[in-house]
Design a binder for this molecule. Structure first.
Ligand code: CDT
Length: 310
């Protein structure tokens, strides 16, 4: 057995007026709890330092730049980095990143993986950005990630850590099976992801039980079909009146949910994950080397939309 304690630290709402200082204090408290309960890794949510600002319409960079971090670690993140290094615990953190790429300002919906020694192991920039560039005109359904963020430019990298090979993705990425298969093909044993999922579907009105069902469906199938552990962390509850689903969870490579939050508030769940369980499944039913047939999967990389055969 190769067991390791993993925690998921779910966050309740972060309101527009909440300071970064107050929010990071909440993260530090959960990190401390996770460590005291035996975890060596913690997964925090997407855009964990601020409210989920893509629900609001802003026109000028001067209006939306205050939600972005320009350094890693930024000043706001420093107490979290310091405490994690002191406790020797690694973490995944989602935040809005403003940077320069080839002399041009770029903004990404980003996550970083920080090792138990406080060093940055790796970075991921969200690829499947949901929503629209232009406002739809109804504040209940506004979701403007395509307006504020560039499409991630780092692919789906995986990182070897002392505990396991870890892959990262963010929220809407979990609805796309390609996300997880690409990481699994690069050896990921654990997928970490943070999310902010509005209780209302941005495309159409849908009962909230379906929002939660689709969330579980994606995570459980990703875990099972790729023989990997999934750590999924929500920012949830009502942010200034905008509801988001909770349901943070840890899913085993069998597809079973082994730990799940019950609140829509700050809450830590911990599970001692057996990394050998995934390894066994990858040697049997999902032995990619023996069973995959990529010569029949070409449409997946050659096409974006549906093309009817002649
Ligand atoms: N943050 C984020 O990516 N939210 C999306 C909303 C899409 S609604 C179909 C999500 O997938 O949860």
């Amino acid at each position: 057995m190769r067991k390791e304690g993993f925690a998921v630290a779910q966050m309740g709402p972060v309101h527009l007026q909440d300071s970064r200082e107050k929010t990071v204090k909440r993260l530090v408290e959960m990190l401390t709890e996770a460590q005291s309960r035996g975890a060596t890794w913690v997964t925090f949510p997407e855009l964990a330092l601020t409210t989920f600002f893509p629900r609001y319409v802003y026109d000028k960079p001067s209006e939306y730049d205050p939600f972005f971090e320009e350094a890693t670690p930024s000043k706001a993140m420093q107490p979290l980095f310091a405490e994690a290094a002191r406790l020797k615990i690694g973490f995944y953190l989602g935040y809005a990143e403003k940077t320069q790429v080839s002399g041009t300002v770029r903004r990404f919906n980003t996550s970083i993986l920080v090792g138990p020694d406080g060093s940055i192991i790796g970075k991921y920039r969200k690829i499947h950005l949901p929503g629209t560039i232009e406002p739809v005109g109804d504040p209940e359904f506004e979701h403007l990630e395509k307006r504020y963020f560039d499409v991630g430019d780092l692919g789906f990298p995986t990182f070897q850590t002392p505990a396991a090979r870890i892959g990262m993705c963010i929220c809407n990425d979990r609805r796309w099976p390609e996300t997880f298969r690409v990481m699994a093909l690069a050896g990921a044993e654990v997928f970490m992801l943070g999310y902010n999922t509005p209780s209302r579907n941005i495309h159409h009105n849908e009962p909230v039980h379906l929002r939660e069902f689709h969330h579980r469906l994606c995570l459980q199938s990703a875990a099972y079909q790729n023989a990997a552990w999934v750590m999924a962390s929500a920012k949830c509850g009502s942010e200034d009146g905008f509801d988001m689903i909770g349901g943070s969870m840890i899913v085993a490579p069998t597809g079973e949910i082994v730990a799940k939050t019950v609140s829509e508030d700050d809450e830590v769940i911990v599970y001692r994950c057996d990394l050998e369980l995934g390894a066994y499944i990858r040697r049997s039913v999902f032995d990619f080397e023996r069973h995959r047939r990529p010569e029949h999967y070409q449409a997946i990389v050659n096409q974006v939309g549906i093309e009817l055969p002649e």
